[in-house]
Design a protein around this ligand. Structure first.
Ligand code: PLP
Length: 364
């Protein structure tokens, strides 16, 4: 085998754990009266749970995630903060594991409530009572809250109760109606509350309550890129996806690029071929014109994204050659811009990074 003498494919994701920490501290400064769960579901939005958690070990008020295995990892790694299971428990065994790991659980449905009442737990759990305020995904209706609350209060498996909701439109039209519903359901209960995702944390301070739940902003994505850029919020990019040119082509006028030949050169031009494709997690829906950096200079993608490659315009970058550095998103090129060009959101770009992309972490 001679594989070891092959140069590595140049694609790499660099995770700036210091930027992650700075973004978390910004979220805390923005909601100074609240405690802030670091939302690290989905392997910290594709950034790496272990390294992101480590970067905020001494400052994080808590962690929110979905998976008991991830909660178990944090407890084994001696994180002592509250951990919130955002979808609660899925089966009977989960309640016992949650109790033994000392994690807080969302209760969002009658079957979950019944399972909690029926369990014989080693210690009572802190429960986040989820109230549906218009997302219509998880949660009890406002009308159901009094009965659910009474049952939770009567259960010996419940140590404390926090009222919770999740907004469907905090990044857009706002939260007036859902907030009014949530207030109606909780205001006479004496419950502490948790309602704010990143967008609500940044835009609607009245929703901060006892616990905010910032996610995307910790990773340097704007929760509402059409309204405010990440840089304008003061957020720093955490993931930078880099690669290099592995080929350069000289096109004549009329020649085409990539599958389907969707880009046609209007005049003679140089193009670069980048070692990055949809099998790395780059969005195939990114159309011609999606921004990309070559040797730090902003240019555009050309034609369809292939599985392992994409093409870019080298007009105005005469020094670009095989080996030139390419930034797909991150430092110098906001992921939000690439996401918008691909008809998606930065969340999806980050989570879609595939396992074949080597990841490195900076600890400065
Ligand atoms: C993912 C999630 C968040 C974080 O949302 P962002 O938009 O990434 O800030 C907050 N709360 C709940 C319930 C979530 O599922």
């Amino acid at each position: 085998m001679v594989l070891s003498v092959q140069p590595a494919r140049p694609i790499r994701a660099r995770i700036d754990t210091r930027a992650f920490r700075d973004n978390y501290l910004l979220s805390k400064r923005t909601a100074p009266q609240a405690r802030a769960f670091c939302v690290v579901k989905a392997n910290a939005y594709g950034h790496g749970l272990a390294q992101c958690a480590q970067a905020v070990r001494d400052v994080a008020d808590g962690f929110a995630l979905l998976d008991l295995a991830e909660a178990n990892y944090l407890r084994e790694a001696e994180y002592v903060q509250p951990i919130l299971l955002l979808e609660g428990c899925f089966d009977a065994a989960d309640w016992h594991e949650a109790a033994s790991l000392r994690v807080s659980v969302v209760v969002h449905s009658l079957p979950q409530l019944q399972a909690l009442e029926a369990a014989r737990l080693m210690r009572p759990l802190e429960v986040f009572l989820k109230i549906n305020t218009g997302m219509n995904r998880l949660g009890f209706s406002v009308e159901e809250v009094p009965e659910v609350l009474a049952r939770l209060r009567a259960s010996t498996n419940v140590a404390a109760i926090i009222g919770m909701t999740h907004f469907a439109t905090a990044d857009g039209e706002g939260v007036d109606a859902p907030w009014a519903h949530f207030m109606a359901a909780t205001q006479d209960t004496g419950l502490q509350i948790s309602a704010s995702n990143s967008a609500a944390l940044l835009r609607f301070p009245q929703t901060h309550g006892a616990w905010v739940r910032p996610g995307i902003m910790l990773y340097g994505g704007s929760p509402m890129p059409a309204l405010q850029s990440a840089a304008d919020i003061g957020l720093k990019p955490v993931m930078t996806l880099e690669s290099a040119l592995i080929a350069v082509q000289e096109l004549h006028a009329g020649e085409r690029v990539g599958y389907g030949g969707t880009f046609v050169a209007e005049r003679a031009m140089r193009i670069g071929v980048v070692a990055c494709g949809y099998a790395d997690g780059y969005p195939r829906h990114a159309t011609t014109g999606t921004p990309i950096l070559v040797d730090g200079i902003r240019t555009r993608t050309l034609g369809r994204v292939s599985m392992d490659m994409l093409a870019c315009d080298l007009t105005g970058i005469p020094g670009a050659a095989i080996g030139s550095a390419v930034t797909l998103w991150g430092k110098g090129l906001p992921a939000d811009e690439v996401a918008t060009a691909a008809g998606t959101i930065s969340y999806e770009l980050f989570c879609a990074l595939t396992t074949r992309v080597p990841v490195s972490f900076a600890h400065d």
